[in-house]
Design a protein around this ligand. Sequence first.
Ligand code: FAD
Length: 386
Amino acid sequence: MLLDKKLIAIVGGGPGGLTLARLLQLKGANIKVYERDFNKDARVQGSPLDMHEGSGLAAIRKADLLNEFKKSYRPGADKMLIVNEHAEIFLNDHDSKQEEEFGSEYFRPEIDRGPLRNMFLESLQPETVVWDSHFISMEKQNEGWLLHFKNGSSAYADLVVGADGANSKIRPYITNIKAFYSGVTMLEGNVYDAANATPHIHSLIKDGKIMAFGNGQCILMGQKGNGDLGYYLSIKKDENWAAKNGLDYADNKGFLAWFKTEYSEWGSIWEELIEKSVTPFIPRPIYCMPLDQNWEALPNLTIIGDAAHVMPPFAGEGANMAMLDALELSECLTSEKFSTFQEAISFYEKNMREIAAIAAKESLENGERMHSEDALSTMLNMFGGH
Ligand SMILES: Cc1cc2nc3c(=O)[nH]c(=O)nc-3n(C[C@H](O)[C@H](O)[C@H](O)COP(=O)(O)OP(=O)(O)OC[C@H]3O[C@@H](n4cnc5c(N)ncnc54)[C@H](O)[C@@H]3O)c2cc1C
């Protein structure tokens, strides 16, 4: 096998990096994951992720973790309300949505980011993840790379896989192609213990998800298994707006004043979210890789997930694509079909760019729909409402 006696470094322990580590370890490869978080207890924020049959779930199955996934996913968390800016309900699938079965193409079970990460971490051999390893640079050494980390340590690897997300520091060693700004900025908020902190929203969301549309703006949110709630205010703004608007993201009061002006057409029910969020709020200008990006494969370096193809989150594909990349790359690296890393990487990358471009296009189109003046009716049509 190509990987025999080789040291593989995966930089980044998100959904992509950890899935790849697990899949390659199952094939007997020698893997280290270098992750910048200080330890495994770093709190993973953001709203839950839904796993798709042909991508995220396919990788979980191949990783022999479907039974573990079944212990950690959240039945019913995929149930959704679509509401207007006054929280009037236009679509409610809590009563009508059938429980789908694993294996059904339409079943998209939800899992919180923390439990998904833990599931993969627990499946890895001890000491696989090297915490507090913030990659800063690398140089060629022998056939591979010498990697350097912020804490002063260094490590050699024959093959490096960049799984370090949208602002990847590995990607520039492969290509200069940069992501473009999608026109949308999301502001992430998190509420701990939503039942007590935000009772009105809590009684509305019923352990599921809410998508609210009005006035070309949206609020998207998902309840988490631990009682917390993650949400995003999503609006069209200039690329540098988040950095230049003068908002203090650590100040709930100031942020609420801004919200009332920006979301002036919206009802007061949403305000408890802002008042009770843990701070700071996290501004996330949303980027997308060019759909026609291309580069020559290298013999000892590749990228997966957001590092390869960040895309807007409006089709819920990003984590799924990262895990699919892990699956496809692991298959290529362990296949007898290829006699060099470069051939395996080249095959993987070509395929990956094509699949990611389709998902990115859908994500961009959904983003346009969700931030248009008639977003509510468009989304109701899409989800089969009235
Ligand atoms: C607002 C928002 C909502 C989203 N909602 C969804 C959704 O519903 N469904 C979905 O499928 N996707 C969603 N996504 C996308 C999804 O979060 C990403 O596509 C997915 O997390 C990508 O996985 P990854 O492993 O490639 O990268 P990441 O999850 O970004 O993980 C990268 C890892 O690398 C580490 N790292 C970064 N830099 C370094 C470094 N220099 N050295 C060492 N380690 C480093 C990070 O700490 C992190 O652990 C959303 C994204 C956003 C912004």
